[in-house]
Design a protein around this ligand. Sequence first.
Ligand SMILES: Nc1nc2c(ncn2[C@@H]2O[C@H](COP(=O)(O)OP(=O)(O)O)[C@@H](O)[C@H]2O)c(=O)[nH]1
Ligand SMILES: [Mg+2]
Length: 218
Amino acid sequence: MTPEESRAQQLAEKEAAKLFSGPVEFVLSAPQLKFLPDPTVPEIAFCGRSNVGKSTLLNALTGRKSIARTSVTPGRTQELNIFDIGSDPVQFRLVDMPGYGFAKAPVKVVEKWKKLVRTYLRGRVVLNRTLVLIDSRHGMKDVDREMMTMLDESAVSYRVVLTKADKIKASELAKTAAKVEEEARKHVAAFPHLHITSSEKGMGIAELRAAVVADALG
Ligand SMILES: Nc1nc2c(ncn2[C@@H]2O[C@H](COP(=O)(O)OP(=O)(O)O)[C@@H](O)[C@H]2O)c(=O)[nH]1
Ligand SMILES: [Mg+2]
């Protein structure tokens, strides 16, 4: 990064932090698309395997402890949870998508999940970007590849985000990051840059916040 770029990045992070420290509000849980708010503001969706740290990341981005309910019971939420960022007017929305890859889910539940997610991804005109979260300890799994292919096919571009980076040694993290980056390059709609984060330690959060704001409003 040149000094100019680094100054611009710092400014973007500061602006994004300001936006996220303003009004943030949980709007609703939509079990079906017809319950979604009118598509009038940009949306950024978050997806990942159950327990990947999605709710915790949403909390970290918004600097709030429990705006998104963090749960120890994986795979229970089958709804799109909507959050407004900013008010009068709302600047953009974050969409917490139901987690996938839960082992014991009945076929019916998985089918319902696929239908909800696929129709949302294909039909939502205000969806600007999706974030695909991957647990640093586990790396990319087949269900993640499936999700990314679904996104490729929906022509929704996405950022790949490693979560829980504090949970493994730096050497392991570097190896996993390289592997995930290499795989992401094979997906047409994936951004080449990988975000490495720890919601616990605040690592990579300011940068991701700025990226989300740029995706939503840029
Ligand atoms: N050490 C650590 N634990 C995390 C981090 N993010 C999430 N977790 C934990 O992982 C578990 C699942 O997190 P949650 O946000 O509920 O996952 P979700 O199912 O994807 O929404 C919880 O026990 C969190 O406290 C992180 O960055 N570091
Ligand atoms: Mg959650």
